[in-house]
Ligand binder design. Structure first.
Ligand code: SAJ
Length: 418
């Protein structure tokens, strides 16, 4: 049995590696030639704990091979990005491209699984693209359970940083376009998944995935709203939340500089765009979380003003602002939709040549802030900075002593030093 994984990113590569680790023959497909060649050398192009070992073993033992052109296989898993465009409309162009690229090599008996987080209806759309490209084969929307090619949606739901464990242990939602599509998918995932594979239809599976992330987004928006209210009322929000969470039925999440990542900051919009009139709370939560970076920037501006009052002989050009963390959350290198990046970008514009950025998980300064800020080591930044803006709760930052912070103005957006 050969499994092809289309899209070798944060989800596709670990998934491909897990099948290969169970001695399945896996063909990974990606349009990125450099990712393909890195993987074929047994190395990885992303940061994810333990993944390097698994990929190295899988490639060395001959179970995993990467290529830029799809080849025939028994099952195809599509794990490509689903970003949004302009008006927060989902952009399915990568799914469409993946469908068109595998269509020529599809054969009777194949299973095609969409793993990418998708708006409701995307799996049916995928099946339609395949049907148009291959009129010689039959698909579930045409002939139901007797289709030549089965199609299902099985959304990924692993947490970056814990992908290897969660891929195996998490329950999976299996949304086949027909019962036979679901049954075939369950059999495939049971190769390595020890969690339960729970069957539903494709549309419910699509909505389930969006709901999980919207639920977290709404929860974080509540915490972020509290943080802004508490700031106004001079209350420590972290103490407040830990007190409230002692109630047996209260479990408030943590405020932060905003919500980042390619999932939680994106997926709720797919619900909003499907039901704009009805999705009121989900929409508001998105707006609250998206406005948090600007609120943090205002806090930094106020701190700079305070610093100038305390140092009347200095001008704004003399201030040094250290932004600690650029990633979208702790202990990863992923800068996608990162509120920390957004805040640093805005600060670099406001205070050019005054900003230091510290990000222990990357080696090169991102182009967005290149020229306006310097990438600095943590020790240097702690020595030079007048104002510390803690943006990500990386493990390195948690170790910074109170003594080092005592002569600085500190804006701790994650509450790690309070
Ligand atoms: N965040 C807070 N406060 C919190 C928790 C998170 O501000 O209390 C922020 C983080 O700093 C980060 C953002 O939210 O900027 C998202 O981080 P996250 O750890 O909540 O989630 P992701 O984006 O890494 O992964 C999520 C997970 N979904 C849920 O927990 C419901 C994961 O299981 C999904 O597989 C993933 O999205 C995905 O791919 O959709």
């Amino acid at each position: 049995e050969t499994i092809s994984v289309v899209g070798l990113g944060y989800i596709g590569l670990p998934t491909a590696a897990m099948f290969a680790s169970r001695k399945k023959s896996v063909i990974g497909v990606d349009v990125n030639e450099s990712a393909v060649s890195t993987i074929n050398q047994g190395k990885i192009h992303i940061v994810e704990p333990d993944l390097d070992m698994i990929v190295h073993a899988a490639v060395n033992e001959g179970y995993l091979r990467a290529t830029t052109t799809p080849e025939p296989a028994d099952a195809f898993l599509i794990a490509v990005p689903t970003p949004f465009k302009g008006d927060y409309e989902p952009d399915l162009r990568y799914i469409e491209a993946a469908a068109k690229s595998i269509a020529p090599v599809l054969a009777k008996g194949n299973l095609v699984i969409l793993e990418s987080t998708s708006p409701v209806g995307a799996t049916e759309q995928l099946a339609e693209w395949l049907a148009v490209a291959r009129p010689d084969l039959s698909f579930p929307q045409q002939v139901g359970d007797s289709a030549d090619v089965n199609v299902a949606h099985c959304p990924e739901r692993v947490l970056p940083g814990h992908v290897v464990r969660e891929l195996v242990e998490n329950d999976r939602v299996i949304g086949g376009m027909t019962p036979r599509c679901s049954a075939q998918s369950v059999e495939l995932y049971e190769t390595f998944v020890t969690g339960e594979c729970v069957i539903t239809n494709a549309r419910t599976a699509e909505m389930a995935k969006l709901t999980e992330n919207a639920s977290r987004d709404v929860g974080i928006a509540f915490a972020n709203e509290l943080s802004v209210i508490c700031d106004k009322l001079d209350i420590n929000v972290w103490e407040l939340i830990s007190l409230a969470n002692r109630h047996p039925r209260v479990n408030i999440l943590q405020p932060g500089p905003g919500v980042g990542g390619h999932c939680i900051a994106v997926d709720p919009w797919f619900i909003v765009s499907s039901a704009p009139e009805e999705a009121r709370l989900i929409h508001t939560a998105r707006t609250i979380n998206d406005s948090k970076p600007s609120w943090v920037v205002e806090k930094v501006k106020a701190a700079v003003a305070d610093w100038l009052i305390a140092n009347p002989e200095k001008t704004v050009k003399d201030v040094t602002v250290a932004c600690l963390g650029l990633a979208f959350k702790a202990d990863i290198d992923d800068l996608r939709e990162s509120p920390a990046m957004e805040i640093t970008e805005q600060l670099v514009e406001l205070f050019p040549q005054c900003c230091l950025a510290v990000e222990p998980n990357i080696e090169r300064i991102p182009h967005q802030i290149e020229g306006g800020a310097q990438l600095s080591g943590l020790d240097d930044a702690m020595q030079q900075a007048d104002i510390i803006v803690l943006l990500v709760d990386h493990k390195e930052f948690k170790l910074i002593s109170n003594e080092l912070l005592s002569d600085k103005l500190v804006i701790d957006t994650r509450g790690i030093w309070v």
